[in-house]
Design a protein around this ligand. Structure first.
Ligand SMILES: [Zn+2]
Length: 464
């Protein structure tokens, strides 16, 4: 039953210290989808600048991930699609006329300089974040260059080319019996839902605008098929959702999933286009209304991966991701923005806030009640522990291994192919890693910033 909860001030508990690993590649802000395109990777750099200038680097470990390789990308995507992404450039585009149509690149998903490297950064952060969570090296992993939820197995879609989320979840599935994916971007998380639609090892839950809106999927009645039945949750909303109504539907749904499904790890896509005043969106969430989702999910004390996503009013996306990074470190960042390289973007108020507008909320309590009642009654079906056998991996992983990769020397040095690694896990019937098997993981780079580099940043802050 839907009950409209009051929207209270967000609270953090400073005694609840979490180990946070934050992934950032300084190159990401240099990529451009082209003049006039709403997707601007620069917003990730703006968020990073706020995060650093607020001093959050003192609270968390900062990493530059190794870019995802073609082989890693092909754990979800087809070889020919990845091959295309790695070869195509704005200069040789006319050699790929057929492929452009086949792989849906063009207007929304243009071919731009450095496209493949951009995909590598996004995917590398999510895969390495997952690997660190798997090995218990952190409690929370953050990758704002990730969250590109529309990308399909062999098709670009909605400004997304590589589905870093699916790749990250595949990595998590090697150690975790049940993964919960939550998506608060204003668009339906279609690429992730589709990838795991037939499995009960991943539950996807997307809150989005539905009705004459991209990508057009995500109806209430879409709940998964086969073993995956009841393991896809769709919350189709109308224009103008405000903080109180979003909280009042988000919290009971996520609370219900946590109670019944009991995931061992959570991936939270934090698309910023659900914020009020977004260039493409039509919701009315304030910064706190958006951040409440992050704060609520964090309280369950389950390993958590936090990703970016959409968000087309750059200053508000940067503000919100910085604020949310603070919450993940148990800090409520002060409202006064610190001086930073992009200070002029935040005028005229220069405050850390995104305020709601007076737009009409088309989501009536009756409408929300109907959605909530329907979803909670479906969740009831997931109360019996789903199959946790590790051989129930999504079918994309079921290759038969590789003779060269699985030679004794190769297994010794690199851990062998994905198939061989899965076999090993299946045998051991273990979900958690021990040090011996670390060799087989996605290698975790040691690109943590040195004390000297951090000192430089700190000095910079003082100069400002
Ligand atoms: Zn979006």
């Amino acid at each position: 039953m839907y009950v409209q909860l009051p929207f209270d001030e967000l609270k953090v508990d400073p005694s609840q210290k979490k180990r946070v690993a934050y992934f950032y590649d300084a190159d990401v802000g240099n990529y451009s989808y082209g003049a006039g395109h709403p997707m601007k990777p620069h917003r990730i750099r703006m968020a990073h600048s706020l995060i650093m200038n607020y001093g959050l680097y003192k609270k968390m470990e900062i990493y530059r991930a190794k870019p995802a390789t073609k082989q890693e990308m092909a754990q979800f995507h087809t070889d020919e699609y990845i091959d295309f992404l790695s070869r195509v450039t704005p200069d040789n585009l006319d050699l790929f006329n057929k492929e452009q149509i086949k792989f849906n690149v063009g207007d929304d998903c243009p071919v731009f300089d450095g496209l493949f490297e951009y995909c590598g950064i996004s995917g590398g952060g999510s895969m390495e974040g997952a690997a660190r969570l798997n090995r218990g090296k952190c409690d929370i992993a953050i990758n704002y260059a990730g969250g590109l939820h529309h990308a399909k197995k062999s098709e670009a879609s909605g400004f997304c080319y590589l589905n870093d989320i699916v790749l990250g979840i595949i990595e998590l599935l090697r150690y975790h019996p049940r993964v919960l994916y939550i998506d608060i971007d204003i668009h339906h998380g279609d690429g992730v839902e589709e990838a795991f639609y037939t499995t009960d090892r991943v539950m996807t839950c997307s809150f989005h605008k539905y009705g004459e809106f991209f990508p057009g999927t995500g109806e209430l009645r879409d709940i998964g098929v086969g073993k995956g039945k009841y393991h896809a949750v769709n919350v189709p909303l109308r224009d103008g959702v405000d903080d109180a109504s979003f909280k009042s539907i988000f919290e009971p749904i996520i609370g219900g999933i946590m109670e019944w499904y009991q995931p061992s790890v959570i991936v939270l896509q934090c698309g910023g286009d659900s914020l009020s005043g977004d260039r493409l969106g039509c919701f009315n969430l304030s910064m706190s209304g958006h951040a409440n989702c992050v704060n609520f999910v964090k309280k369950f004390n389950v390993p958590l991966m936090v990703l970016g996503g959409g968000g087309y009013t750059m200053r508000n996306v940067a503000r919100t991701w910085a604020f949310e990074s603070g919450l993940l470190n148990n800090v409520k960042l002060p409202t006064e923005l610190p001086y930073n390289e992009y200070y002029e973007y935040y005028g005229p108020d220069y405050k850390l806030d995104v305020r709601p507008s007076n737009m009409h909320n088309a989501n009536t309590p009756e409408f929300l009640n109907k959605i909530l009642t329907n979803i909670l009654s479906n969740l009831d079906h997931t109360k019996f522990a789903p199959s946790v056998q590790m051989n129930d991996v999504p079918h994309d992983l079921e290759d038969k291994g590789d003779e060269q990769e699985d030679s004794p020397e190769a297994i010794d040095s690199k851990g062998g192919s994905q198939f061989s690694k899965d076999q090993q896990i299946e045998k051991d019937n273990e979900f958690y890693d021990d040090d011996e098997k670390d060799k087989g993981d996605k290698n975790i780079s040691d690109n943590k910033l040195t004390d000297e580099e951090l000192k430089e940043i700190e000095d910079l802050n003082h100069q400002n």
